[in-house]
Structure formats: C-alpha cells, structure tokens
Design a protein around this ligand. Structure first.
Ligand code: ARG
Length: 257
C-alpha cells in the first residue's frame, strides 16, 4: 500500500469510528432510551410514590415497562400526562409507547397499534355499602360518576345514562364518599384499591352488562420493530409468571382466577 493510501484508509477508519460512537451516544448497551407515557392516577397499575420502580412511579405497569427496556438493553423513561393526552403524545412522537392500564378498544386501534394483552379486567360499580344497586340497569335513575376518557365513561354513555365525568378516579370516589353521587363506574382492580382505601364502600359486578377489557401497550401505527420487542417481553413475562407475581405483589391477588 502506498503511504498516501494508508493515511487515507486510517483517516476513513477514524471517521467511521467517530460516526459509530456518536450514533450510539455511549452510555448503556445500545445507548437508546425507551420513553413511555402514562397517567399515574390508576393504582395498582401506576401511581406516584416516594420510591417507585421508575423514579417516583410505581405499579404493575411500571415494573413491566422497566423490564421491557432492561431486556432490550435500553434505558427506561416515563412521562406523566393526562390520560386523554397519551395517544396524542404517542402520535406526535413525544413518547415511544403508552403503558397506562389502557384497554385495547376498536376505536383506539384506528389510531395506534396494541401489543399482546397483558392483563384482563372489567368495569365494575363502586357503591356505598347500603346501596340498593345490584346490577347495571339499577343505575338508570342514579347519579353516576366516571373518569373522563376512560372506557367506563364510554360504557355508561352507551347505556344511555347521564353522568358526571371527573379528571381522576380519586375525585370520583371522593364524590361518592361524600354522598354527592351514587355510583362510580371504573376498572375492577383499581376499584378494589379504592374500596380498600375508603370506609363504607363495596363493589357490585355485572358481567352481563360489562364486557371484559384487555390491557395492552400502545405504539405508533406501523412501528413493528418496537412492537415485536414489546410483545416478546410480554409473552416471556406471561409465561414465566412475572406478570402474575407483579399482580400478587401490587394487589395481593393473582390474575389467574
Ligand atoms: N382501562 C381504562 C381505559 O382504557 C382506564 C385506564 C386508565 N389508566 C390510567 N393510567 N389512568 O380507558
């Protein structure tokens, strides 16, 4: 090799190496960050605490998100926002994925893609212990509270009942505790947490009125690369019992009935 060629080759090699270094940005294995969006107002799936699994965020979903990132050599980041803003932020590319106890509905499937189901839930009614509500149709002449944008709101809407929508589950439950509404319609596991945290409340189920709901992680439409990674992790966590263990840890109850 001529000296000039050698120098050129060396220079090229150095440029390529520099390119690789900047592309990876150093840091963790492949250097990338997996940014999830959530709305941490939904125990046992996501809530804010002093010492959570991802910074201040804790819950079943937070542990799942962290494991997905870990398994793929990525750093996990969590952005907190209103529930209604999550899918918009996903479409804008502000976040890579949504993990928020989110039910994979046909309407949402029009704008985003969903992962494999990792948890199955249903809507239930939270009422005062002495309530005469025993089935969904008993809500017809009652004051109903829901959380804005949740599937519980959609259910009550479809039943044709009027209702009041709150920003947070805790606000709706407070309204019930204070006797300003008769029933809160919300997801089962979250309802159990609220009933455990407040005196004088109970849960009423009505399987004929409320269908089962499948929680899944949302990604941008067509982002199969990320979806494949997420699905591989979820399937592993389902088959090796991790998700069941998390459900037990965070609710003292297993997912398997
Ligand atoms: N499963 C319900 C839905 O998809 C409620 C989810 C609320 N999640 C939350 N992180 N606030 O609408």
């Amino acid at each position: 090799m001529k000296k000039a060629t050698k120098v050129l080759t060396l220079a090229l090699a150095m440029i390529m190496l520099a390119g690789v270094l900047t592309a990876c940005g150093g840091g963790s294995k492949n250097g990338s960050t997996l940014t999830f969006g959530t709305n941490p107002e939904f125990p046992p799936f996501e809530y804010v605490t002093s010492n959570g699994v991802i910074g201040e965020f804790d819950g079943i979903d937070m542990a799942i998100a962290k494991q997905i990132a870990d398994e793929n050599g990525m750093t996990v980041a969590m952005e907190s926002m209103e529930f209604d803003s999550l899918l918009v932020a996903l479409q804008n590319g502000q976040i890579d994925a949504v993990i928020a106890g989110m039910t994979a509905t046909d309407e949402r499937r029009e704008t985003v893609d969903f992962s494999t189901t990792y948890y199955t839930a249903t809507q239930v009614m939270i009422v005062k212990e002495d309530s005469d509500i025993t089935k969904a149709t008993d809500m017809a002449d009652k004051k109903i509270c829901v959380v804005q944008g949740y599937t519980g709101e959609v259910c009550v809407q479809e039943m044709g009942y009027s209702y009041e929508a709150f920003k947070k589950g805790t606000e709706a439950v407070l309204e019930l505790v204070n006797g300003k509404c008769d029933v809160v319609v919300i997801d089962s596991a979250t309802a159990k947490k609220y009933v455990g945290d407040n005196e004088g409340l109970k849960i009423v189920e009505d399987a004929s009125a409320f269908e089962s709901e499948e929680y899944a992680i949302a990604v941008q439409k067509g982002n199969t690369e990320l979806l494949d990674k997420i699905n591989a992790s979820i399937e592993k966590m389902l088959s090796d019992g991790t998700i069941n263990e998390l459900a037990v840890k965070y609710t003292e109850e297993a997912t398997a009935e």
